[in-house]
Design a protein around this ligand. Sequence first.
Ligand code: FES
Ligand code: FES
Length: 149
Amino acid sequence: MARLTINGKANEVNVDPNTPLLWAIREQVGLTGTKYGCGIAMCGACTVHIDGKAVRSCVMPVSAAVGKQVTTIEGLAAGGALHKVQKAWVEYEVPQCGYCQAGIIMAVAALLKDKPKPTDADIDASITNICRCGTFQQVREAIHAAAKA
Ligand code: FES
Ligand code: FES
C-alpha cells in the first residue's frame, strides 16, 4: 500500500512500492490520460509532474512519489480553466491521433514554468517527447504562442 497525492487528492494504491508510477495512476487511480508508449523513458507519453517537475512515470517507482504532489494531465487545468499550454494546443490544432499529446503538454507546462520564454534551442533540449504523427512543428509553434500568452 502507498498513499499518493494526485491532482491534490489523496489516493491509497495497493501496489508494490517498486511498481512504476504510471501503472498506479492508470490502473489503481483510473486516470488514463497518462499514456504508456515505450516503458523505458524514451518517448515521454507517460510524462507527469512531481512537485512541478516533468518526470517519465514509466520508470519512476511509486515509492519515489510518496509525500510529493503528483499532477497528471487531468489536473493541469486549474479551477476549470484550461492551462495556457492547453489553450495554445487547441488554437494551433496540434494533436493528430493524440496519443503522445498529454505527455508533451505536461513536459511543455513544466518547461514554461522554468523558462517562460524558451528559445528553439531550449525546446529542442527539453522537449524530447516522440510523436509518431510528426506534430513537432505545430508543437514548437504552440509553445511559442503559449509563452506569449
Ligand atoms: S512510456 Fe514512459 S517514456 Fe515512453
Ligand atoms: S499525435 Fe499521434 S503520436 Fe503524437
